[in-house]
Design a binder for this molecule. Structure first.
Ligand SMILES: CC(C)(COP(=O)(O)OP(=O)(O)OC[C@H]1O[C@@H](n2cnc3c(N)ncnc32)[C@H](O)[C@@H]1OP(=O)(O)O)[C@@H](O)C(=O)NCCC(=O)NCCS
Length: 160
């Protein structure tokens, strides 16, 4: 059951925002504008978008990008991804990695981010992952706690 602030809001938002896999047509539905709210991200050319889309499609269900489409405008209101990592440890266990979760500024605070993250987690669980992990800034601890995550370990980075 997806979280909601009130049953009425859940019903309204369930109808108002449809969560579904990314499609090629989404380039013209504000996908780049959403990504730019996550990290500096210049608009993608259609060729670049198509090429990356094809690469990701080749990974099948091991890489899923979900978006939430605003039924009223046809524009995207949120996006997020989950990758399935195939390990040798844990008897060749699988680990889900949640990445690039963003809700458009105008739609924040209505439960859409949590619905999206829960859908990404469900996908990883459905693939057989024994855990799902993600990196986030300290300010987002509360949000991910609401999504069921607990704080573990330390994140390290090396940038080029
Ligand atoms: C973080 C983000 C995805 C949250 O999406 P959202 O749709 O606004 O969040 P929701 O409305 O689903 O919030 C779910 C719950 O988490 C809480 N929450 C949301 N953002 C929070 C924050 N920054 N700190 C603490 N709690 C937070 C909400 O209050 C809500 O709790 P409630 O059920 O008690 O009311 C969105 O604000 C965003 O896109 N931010 C910018 C991009 C970003 O930082 N992405 C994360 C990359 S790791």
């Amino acid at each position: 059951m997806e979280h909601s602030h009130t049953p009425a809001a859940a019903e309204a938002d369930g109808d108002a925002y449809r969560i579904r896999p990314l499609q090629l047509a989404d380039l013209s539905k504000g996908f780049c504008d959403l990504l730019a709210q996550l990290s500096p991200s210049p608009p993608l050319t259609e060729d670049a978008f198509r090429a990356r889309f094809a690469e990701l499609a080749a990974l099948g269900a091991d890489h899923l990008v979900l978006v939430a489409e605003d039924a009223a405008t046809g524009q995207l209101a949120a996006a997020g991804a989950v990758l399935v990592e195939r390990k040798f440890i844990r008897r060749c266990g699988l680990v889900g990695h949640v990445e690039d979760v963003v809700v458009g500024a105008a739609t924040r605070g209505r439960g859409l981010g949590e619905r999206l993250v829960r859908r990404l987690v469900e996908h990883a669980k459905g693939r057989g992952c024994y855990k799902v992990i993600l990196n986030c800034t300290p300010e987002l601890r509360g949000f991910y706690a609401k999504c069921g995550f607990v704080e573990k370990n330390v994140q390290m980075g090396l940038y080029f």
